[in-house]
Write a protein of this length. Structure first.
Length: 453
């Protein structure tokens, strides 16, 4: 007579046993998976929103270019405000690597109002700048409405409003001969409105006039306050090092040189830094979810001692019992991870649609979220699995028989035949009981039949 073969448990059977254990406790399963779902959703949405916003910023930087520099008047050794020489713009244009130069001058004592009825103190933070035809092309700006200054209009009382300036003045449409605004006590006709200029936000809040009319009506002295320089992309750094001495050879230290696109690059760094913070918060939520799964699995071990004892008595090894509970914990976490991926993807696409971004979710966010959920589920289920595997078959069955006898005595109905409803038993007891009798869960057990205990 051959010896009995060693007990085996296929991987498919492990997953089936783990999933079947969750079906009998649906509410508990849902609440346990919710913590993991929230954590994974936070991770996926943070990574997706970060990638989408970074893509939008990079596209904006690529469109505007990183080859623009600004030259502004700084301060002299006494701390007072210095002036750029009137020859600063043509001198800068002689540098090798410089493609376009656009000088502007802030007319500090000149203000713009919608009408002469507006109080003098109600300036809305708007300024007036003298500029020429090269400004629009140097800044890579576009017109929202109307036309920009040209060789004719820059000599007459005609102005072009920046985007924020037009909004503050309440001018949204240019119809007929065009609205008029009061600049320095003179009426100027609005010829156009600019679209926002990200690399020069000061232009957005300004009313632009030509140098000729600024000198004739607004007391412009010929000294620029800001010079915008567009360079060859490969020579931007070299040109930046020469601009101070080229713009003001006598006092190069009074010239301030900056790169506007550096602000957009700094925004990318801020976005990346905030991403680390939110990822940490998501990891904390996942940890809380893992603790919840561990608690649920420990309770499940206590409730299913009869099942564990019966399986051990029928030949299941400790490894089989441990594998079943680890698989159940992993399946529970995987369900939460899958729900979290779906929720995080939905949040990313929804916010991207609102902000006008192109939604982009990195692949590692999806697969990493699911992988983290499963890994956390396995780790959370280790202790309950070891605890279940250490239960002795005789002790588990003795405890289960005592529980069955108590349940039987508590649920026997005072009738001639005496019946007990199976649904009053726990899921583990019902499973074990049905495996030994031809009855199914929910049927009545006749008192005349020999009871298994």
């Amino acid at each position: 007579m051959s010896a009995p073969g060693r007990s085996r448990l296929r991987p498919a059977d492990v997953l089936s046993a783990g999933a079947s254990g969750l079906r009998f406790r649906r509410t508990r399963t849902l609440l346990s998976a919710l913590g993991v779902a929230i954590g994974v959703a936070a991770l996926v949405s943070v990574l997706g929103i970060t990638r989408s916003s970074q893509s939008a910023l990079i596209a904006e930087i690529d469109q505007l270019g990183t080859n623009m520099l600004t030259v502004q008047n700084g301060h002299d050794i006494s701390g007072g405000e210095a002036e750029l020489p009137a020859t600063a713009a043509p001198m800068i244009g002689r540098l090798p690597g410089v493609q376009r130069v656009a000088p502007t001058a802030l007319l500090g004592q000149v203000l713009v109002y919608r009408s002469d009825k507006v109080p003098a103190i109600d300036t809305a933070g708007l300024g007036v700048r003298a500029a020429d035809r090269s400004l629009l092309t140097t800044l890579a700006g576009t017109m929202r409405q109307g036309q920009y200054l040209n060789a004719v209009t820059e000599r007459f009382p005609v102005t072009v409003l920046g985007y924020q300036a037009a909004q503050s003045l309440g001018i949204s449409q240019l119809t007929g001969p065009g609205p008029r605004v009061l600049i320095g006590g003179h009426w100027f006709t609005v010829a156009g409105i600019l679209n926002p200029v990200p690399l020069a936000p000061e232009v957005d809040r300004s009313a632009l006039v030509g140098f000729g009319v600024a000198a004739a009506l607004l007391h412009y002295d010929g000294h620029p306050s800001t010079v915008y320089v567009r360079t060859d992309v490969t020579r931007t750094a070299a040109v930046a090092g020469l601009l101070g001495a080229q713009a003001a050879p006598e006092q190069p230290g009074t010239v301030a040189v900056s790169q506007p696109s550096a602000a957009l690059t700094a925004r990318l760094a801020v976005v990346s830094a905030s991403t680390q913070l939110f990822l940490g918060l998501g990891a904390i939520v996942l940890l809380v979810g893992a603790i919840g799964i561990a608690n649920v699995m420990i309770v499940a071990v206590l409730e299913r001692r009869s099942e564990i004892g019966l399986r051990r008595a029928l030949g299941a090894t400790r490894a089989h019992i441990a594998a079943q509970f680890v698989a159940e914990s992993a399946v529970l976490a995987a369900l939460g991870g899958l729900a979290g991926v779906v929720a995080g993807t939905g949040v990313t696409y929804g916010l991207s649609a609102v902000r006008g971004w192109t939604a982009s979710i990195p692949g590692y966010a999806i697969w990493g979220g699911l992988g983290c959920a499963v890994a956390i589920g396995c780790v959370a289920g280790l202790y309950p699995a070891v605890r279940a595997a250490r239960l002795a078959p005789t002790e588990a069955l003795r405890s289960a028989l005592s529980s069955w006898r108590y349940l039987f005595l508590a649920t026997v109905r005072p009738s001639p035949i005496g019946t007990m409803t199976r649904s009053t038993l726990s899921s583990a007891a019902a499973w074990s009981f049905s495996s030994r009798t031809p009855y199914t869960v929910g049927e009545s057990f006749p008192a005349s039949r020999t009871r298994p205990w």
